[in-house]
Design a protein around this ligand. Structure first.
Ligand code: GLN
Ligand code: ZN
Length: 813
């Protein structure tokens, strides 16, 4: 097969290349994490760290070359984060970090992690992935200077090996839009106003790359897949006119991913850049038509992202070939790539020796995706017969997945299909519920509580390590957990909290814990994915229909309640968060998957209620994260997401109080969704935004109870009683006393008991101080008149599993 030229004439078309946007950085044995952390702790010197990094890059190049990748990305490697690298490349190093370190690596890591004197850069999520980038700080006074050394060195390494390579850089428009005003400068400053100052710096880096031999360079502009105002589109056009006008430059490939380019396509197509790299998977598949509608990219190169770069499923090769066939007529030449950097998936399925081989062939991690890309390029160049056996194997794998009993559970599907609108609404209005709950719990005004987890103590970590190594058995481990729960309850009673928690010591991770107890989820042993810096996570893989073979939280919640007269809140992870922090199935709509998880949680909620737990919190910290990047898709998302939450929580009596929790600020986009959850109480992150969210909630007319956090658990300080009293006072201006709760911003698991204990004691003192100032009769007329719920016996033993759960490689309590 030869590629068709844009005007339909047959020309001797260039062969399609297999290429990538980026690759996992850490190495097969997580060597990078060890080297970087070794450097931080002083065990590894800078020379050794940089040598390890060079070896890892050489290893990736060898691997990609062997796999048939013909144009290799360079510059995507990072010791910490590629947005931080970009800030460094353009000289956007804050003065406090320059002052706090001696230059070079130490300044770089000071930006990432902070020092005793200097706060680090803020960290936030990279679009709708679970990768976190460091947020560049810019101000009207920022002076950019080019430092192309990293980019040039990494390109040169590849070139010396005789490889065709393409440096990958974060583009100037995305860099500016991802930045924020430097602290202490004008908070309304718009970094995009620095574009004209930044462009010459990019031009200089590109010139250096050209001088080093680069024929192409890639500039990633993922911000263009979000709805952008006209001003951003015209800034983009201006940026690429400017960069395109330079004499000494590589050809430019502008890349976008995670959603459709939509209206940003035209200005890029009209710009002098020589190529576009686009995502054609998931919602971005809409760009196939958009591209046709603008008449294609005549004379330009199109790098077609037809293999989903951020999920773990084997590609449908036939479907990808179909997309490529359509695209062939729409550009001067077409190359084949994953939709985005493979940074977001684990390295290698074949490392998962414990995974049933029949399931393993459904999966595709970075190495397998690379093979898929190479196969597709081969089919494009030599015809599909050249890969016929692989196409057949791919068809067979997809068919085996679709027909597998591990994926399909008809009982689950029937239940999900039978869900009625009534099941997704609590039978009583909030007012009636609130009255019943006041009568039942007799809480004082401004009741105090926490979000769920207590510090992961050294003792607890030791217990987990000893369980893993076999030094203690399951019973020994359980008795350690029981001891933690006893101490956490005793502390909360002593501190005077009103609604207690068991502290979540049995949960290493709030998603993994439930994934291990529900059918349909797979765990990996080596499926590490970078979350930020040297922190890697192993997200569960949601592969099949979900049900709950047995209760998941009754035992520890019930045990905690047996130790105290005060109410103990049950804490569960919500359906949206279960999806957001897993790899999700691609063979049914997210809404259907969420509904199945919600039904399983609904059973758990019912069992908790029956066992006497009167207050149940369903955490949804990820509600905002799954919000689609494009605004027109928001409504449909909020509809299914909030319905899943209500399905999980609406089957309870009026006097059972449903809580939810969210963190990471910026609630603006999901305020409507928060209202639609219909939770009786919501706890929110607020301390850092100085209660701004309380005001937003009030302005939106939020009618139910809320606990905007008064203790910032992300900072390693213990706030004073006065500070928290002040924050409660501010919250009271937005939320009336009858509906205000007092709690920290988030779970306490990352903090030490040394900080948490005094902080909570002071939080209770602050609540008491403010209570004393409330007019008589505020809050709950029944306060303290009804006795608190009596201790409950341990719940009945769990029923036997209804069916064998999917095999899991890992199972720790
Ligand atoms: N209940 C969880 C905890 O306290 C909530 C964590 C979260 O919001 N991310 O740890
Ligand atoms: Zn939280």
């Amino acid at each position: 097969m030869t590629q068709a030229s844009p005007n339909g004439r047959r020309a001797p078309a260039p062969a399609a290349l297999a290429t990538l946007h980026g690759y996992p950085r850490q190495g097969p044995g997580r060597e990078l994490k060890k080297a970087v952390e070794g450097y931080w702790s002083g065990g590894t010197d800078a020379g050794r760290l940089l040598e390890t990094a060079r070896e890892l890059r050489a290893g990736v190049r060898a691997e990609l070359r062997a796999a048939g990748v013909e144009e290799i990305p360079t510059g995507d490697f990072s010791l910490y984060d590629h947005v931080l690298d970009t800030a460094w490349m353009v000289g956007a190093v804050p003065a406090r970090h320059r002052a706090a370190a001696t230059g070079g690596l130490d300044t770089y890591f000071a930006m990432a992690r902070g020092t005793a004197e200097a706060e680090p850069l803020e960290m936030t999520k990279w679009f709708d992935t679970n990768y976190h980038y460091l947020v560049p700080e810019l101000s009207a006074g920022t002076v950019f200077t080019a430092d192309s050394r990293k980019q040039v060195a990494e390109y040169t390494e590849a070139r010396r090996e005789g490889l065709r390579a393409r440096p990958v850089l974060l583009g100037p428009v995305s860099f500016l839009l991802l930045a924020k005003p430097a602290p202490g400068t004008d908070p309304h400053f718009e970094p995009l106003t620095l574009l004209d100052r930044l462009l010459p710096v990019y031009a200089s880096v590109l010139a250096d790359l050209r001088a080093a031999g680069a024929r192409w360079a890639q500039l990633d502009e993922p911000v263009l897949v979000q709805d952008q105002p006209r001003s951003v589109l015209s800034a983009t056009a201006r940026a690429y006119r400017f960069l395109g006008a330079a004499a000494d430059r590589p050809k430019l490939l502008v890349a976008s991913y995670f959603d459709a380019l939509g209206e940003a396509l035209r200005p890029l197509a009209d710009s002098p850049v020589e190529g576009l790299a686009m995502d054609f998977t998931g919602p971005a598949a809409a760009d196939v038509d958009a591209l046709a509608a603008i008449g294609g990219l005549p004379g330009k190169r199109l790098v077609a992202g037809v293999v989903d770069g951020r999920n773990v499923w084997a590609a449908d090769l036939e479907k990808a070939l179909g997309t490529l066939a359509t695209l062939l007529g729409l550009a001067g030449r077409v190359d084949v790539a994953p939709s985005c950097s493979l940074l977001h998936v684990p390295l290698d399925v074949t490392a998962e020796r414990d995974l049933d081989p029949q399931i393993a062939r459904w999966l595709s991690f970075a190495r397998q995706k690379t093979e898929e890309v190479a196969l597709l390029a081969r089919a494009l160049n030599q015809g599909r017969d050249a890969i016929a056996p692989r196409l057949a194997a791919n068809r067979a794998a997809l068919a085996s997945r679709a027909g597998s009993a591990l994926v399909r559970d008809d009982a689950v599907r029937e239940r999900a299909a039978a869900v009625t609108a009534a099941q997704t609404r609590r039978p009583q209005e909030y007012r009636e519920r609130a009255a019943a709950q006041r009568a039942r719990f007799g809480l004082p005004p401004l009741p105090t509580t926490t979000i769920g987890s207590f510090p992961q103590t050294g003792r607890l970590r030791r217990a987990r390590a000893e369980l893993r190594s076999g030094r203690i058995d399951a019973a020994g481990y359980r008795s350690r957990i029981a001891q933690e729960v006893r101490e956490v309850i005793a502390f909360q009673e002593k501190a005077g909290l009103d609604v207690l928690v068991h502290g979540e010591p049995e949960r290493g991770d709030m998603v993994q814990y439930f994934a291990e107890r529900l059918t349909g989820f797979l765990a990996t042993r080596h499926g590490w994915v970078q979350s930020y810096g040297t922190r890697y996570v192993r997200p569960p893989i949601l592969a099949g229909d979900v049900c709950r073979p047995a209760p998941m939280t009754l035992e520890w919640t019930g045990f905690a309640q047996s130790l105290t007269e005060r109410p103990v809140k049950g804490v569960l992870t919500g359906p949206v968060t279960m999806l957001a922090w897993s790899f999700v199935r691609d063979d049914q709509p997210l809404a259907d998957t969420a509904r199945q998880v919600a039904l399983a949680l609904r059973e758990e909620v019912a069992d908790l209620e029956a066992a006497g737990t009167g207050i149940i919190q369903v955490d949804e910290p990820a509600l905002r994260e799954l919000l689609p990047l494009r605004r027109p898709a928001h409504r449909a998302y909020l509809d299914w997401a909030t319905e899943a939450f209500r399905l999980a929580t609406s089957g309870v009596r009026a006097d059972t109080q449903i809580h939810t929790h969210m963190c990471y600020a910026e609630f603006g986009d999901v305020l409507a969704g928060i209202e639609e959850l219909d939770a009786d109480v919501i706890s929110l992150e607020a301390a850092r935004s100085r209660m701004a969210v309380a005001g937003e909630l009030a302005a939106a007319g939020y009618p139910r109870a809320a606990g905007p956090g008064v203790y910032d658990i992300h900072a390693p300080r213990v706030p004073s009683v006065a500070q928290m009293t002040e924050l409660i006072g501010q919250a009271l201006r937005a939320v009336p006393a009858q509906r205000l709760w007092v709690n920290p911003d988030c779970g306490l698991k990352t903090r030490s008991p040394r900080e948490v204990e005094p902080a909570l004691e002071r939080m209770v003192a602050a609540a008491h101080a403010v209570r004393a100032t409330l007019p008589a009769g505020t809050g709950n007329p029944q306060a303290r008149r009804t006795p608190p719920p009596s201790p409950r016996p341990l719940p009945r033993p769990p029923p036997p599993p209804r069916r064998r759960p999917l095999p899991r490689t890992e199972r720790h309590p």
